[in-house]
Design a binder for this molecule. Structure first.
Ligand code: PRP
Length: 209
């Protein structure tokens, strides 16, 4: 059995930016990523393999130690509060969490309904602002909720702002800036500190400040 490190990588748009960063750091990655449906991808020339996970699940794999490292959005870190070390801000996949809604929305009742993929972040945010709300958890297409009367406002990621615009929604409040982070399982960090430190060092040199 190999003592390769396992890196949990988020499938989807963050993956490409993370792969570019690893290439910039001088790692040789196999060319097969794009088309492959494989979920565990060995990197023959390097001391690690990738595990491809849903972005929201990366922290779970790393916390449970089935992945030594992971690349996770700060949004997921804020929402999940997992027992992992955040060792490097990779400065990729920049976006932010915001409250948005319809311009002409009239909030009825005492507790406006907030649709979100981030119930913990949203609850904390409104609690800290002294506003009582009802959270409605959705798994995607959050922008639908105000359009069809499911919610008064949403808490969601804004990247280019295109999804809000094309659905006639406006940003109302900025909650937090988000980038992807390199995260490490605490036990792995104790047992494999040299291997992990090398990756952290090489990546930190190519992260744009
Ligand atoms: C994310 C996010 C917004 C959108 C923002 O959704 O939840 O809907 O991207 O990007 P923009 O500001 O560039 O338009 P994603 O595409 O991950 O899909 P989802 O709706 O299934 O969450």
């Amino acid at each position: 059995m190999t003592d390769k490190l396992t890196i949990a990588m988020p499938k989807g748009r963050i993956f490409e930016e993370a792969a570019q960063l690893l290439l910039k750091a001088g790692y040789k990655l196999p060319p097969e990523f794009e088309d492959s449906r494989k979920l565990i991808i060995d990197v023959p020339d390097e001391p690690f393999r990738f595990m491809l996970a849903k972005p929201m699940d990366v922290t779970t794999y790393v916390e449970h130690g089935v992945a030594d490292l992971g690349i996770a959005g700060k949004d997921v870190m804020l929402e999940e509060e997992r027992d992992v070390y955040e060792v490097l801000d990779l400065q990729i996949s920049q976006c932010y969490l915001a409250v948005a809604g319809l311009t002409d929305v009239k909030v009825k009742g005492v507790a406006p309904k907030i649709a979100t993929k981030y119930p913990n972040v949203a609850s904390s945010y409104f609690r800290e602002n002294g506003e009582q709300v009802e959270i409605i958890k959705l798994n995607g297409s959050i922008e639908l909720a105000p359009l069809i009367g499911l919610a008064d406002r949403i808490v969601d990621i804004v990247s280019t702002g295109r999804t809000l615009k094309e659905n006639g929604l406006v940003e109302l409040e900025h909650i937090a800036d988000i980038t992807s982070r390199l995260i490490v399982n605490p036990v792995s960090y104790r047992l494999k500190d040299q291997q992990i430190d090398e990756i952290v060092e090489r990546l930190s040199k190519v992260v744009s400040q």
